[in-house]
Design a protein around this ligand. Structure first.
Ligand code: NAD
Ligand code: ZN
Ligand code: ZN
Length: 338
């Protein structure tokens, strides 16, 4: 099968022919139709984080496609089912976190396109218990980004505890942020979106943002404090330390700062302000299968729609270049079924 492989960090990916994965108990073989390109894939290929991915690696954790083979013990899926293979490739199912329904926190988890091969390939092997079915009326290319960008921002908004009528800020209007705006609006929240450049800010407005701030023109925290008196919650998806610092200062007293983006840096948090203003700073990592089912329903009901551009697998190195330069509007989705 054709796949894009990382052999060494910070080197271009290579398009190669490799063996199709073989089934093991509890697994299914998914013929990939499309796979979104998440900024996490770029972090993986650069070896940015303290925990490194396996090498060689087939990246991709927004892979969607059709079940074409299944192990004998898999009874709840049928050949032909349309599924997605998310970042949470598998979890142990019996630790404290799994038992509480927080499987995204399982210390034994495997991650698609990181600790195991992912969706930048014609076929991928998935744990049958962790794939999620795609609603019939959501096309593959529009479903793909929901398997990470969608579920992550949907979950982050839930974690923020924001309620209808509250103001939230979405920092970074990229793959994650453009979906965050839509989920926030669908949840009845008021949205201020922060990014740079007319194109991204126009996209944010089109998707329903009530206010936009260009961080290269205005200080976001100061603007948000002056115009809104601070936001109740902020979801920071930007790959930038300064965006995190600014996010902290954008929330009002009692506000919640949800960290989602993963720049490989530390964030300075002032103890005095955190304590006196009762600010919460909380991390949020992808979502559970139930979060994924819910977030896909928003798309099935037409409340959320990923803005996508499709490209062939062979374009992956140019896509990464565009991503590094913040030149992508919405999500780029690699197609594999041609
Ligand atoms: P992306 O490249 O599509 O979008 C990032 C956006 O941030 C771009 O639009 C860019 O212009 C904007 N940006 C950069 N600096 C900014 C600043 N100072 N202020 C405001 N905006 C700024 O990336 P993505 O795929 O949306 O991923 C974003 C981050 O989220 C990555 O670090 C990724 O690894 C991480 N991520 C985390 C989770 C999780 O579960 N927590 C899941 C998926 C991705
Ligand atoms: Zn991702
Ligand atoms: Zn577990």
């Amino acid at each position: 099968m054709k796949a894009a492989l990382v052999h060494a960090f910070k080197q271009p990916l290579e398009i190669q022919t490799v063996d199709k994965p073989t089934l093991t108990p509890g697994s299914v073989l998914v013929e990939i139709a499309a796979c979104g390109v998440c900024h996490t894939d770029l972090h993986a290929c650069h070896g940015d984080w303290p925990v490194k991915p396996k090498l060689p690696l087939i990246p991709g954790h927004e892979g969607v496609g059709t079940v074409v083979a299944k192990a004998q013990d898999v009874t709840h899926l049928a050949l032909g089912d349309r599924v997605g293979v998310p970042w949470l490739h598998s979890a142990c199912g019996h630790c404290e976190h799994c038992l509480k329904g927080d499987e995204n926190l399982c210390p034994q988890q495997q991650n698609s396109g990181y600790s195991v091969d992912g969706g930048y390939a014609q076929f991928t092997k998935a744990d049958a218990n962790y794939v999620v079915k795609i609603p019939d009326n959501v096309p593959f290319v529009e479903a793909a980004p929901l398997f990470c960008a969608g579920v992550t921002t949907y979950k982050a908004l839930k974690v923020s505890g924001a309620k209808p009528g509250d103001w939230v800020s979405i920092v970074g209007v990229g793959g994650l942020g453009h979906l965050a705006i839509q989920y926030a609006k669908a949840m009845g929240l008021n949205v201020v979106a922060v990014d740079s450049g007319e194109e991204k800010l126009a996209l944010a407005r089109d998707l329903g943002a009530d206010m936009v701030v260009d961080y290269t023109q205005q200080d976001p925290a100061q603007t948000i404090q002056t115009e809104l008196g601070g936001v109740q919650a902020i979801v920071c998806t930007a790959v930038s330390k300064s965006a995190f610092t600014s996010s902290f200062h954008s929330v009002k007293r009692g506000g919640v700062c949800v960290l989602v983006g993963l720049p490989p840096e530390e964030m300075p948090i002032p103890i005095f302000d955190t304590v006196l203003k009762g600010v919460s700073v909380v991390g949020s990592i992808v979502g559970t299968r139930q979060d994924l089912i819910e977030c896909l329903q928003f798309a099935a009901q037409g409340k959320v729609k990923a803005i996508i551009e499709t490209k062939p697998l062979e374009a992956i190195n140019e896509v990464f270049e565009q991503m590094l330069n913040s030149e992508i509007n919405g999500r780029i989705v690699l197609t594999l079924d041609e």
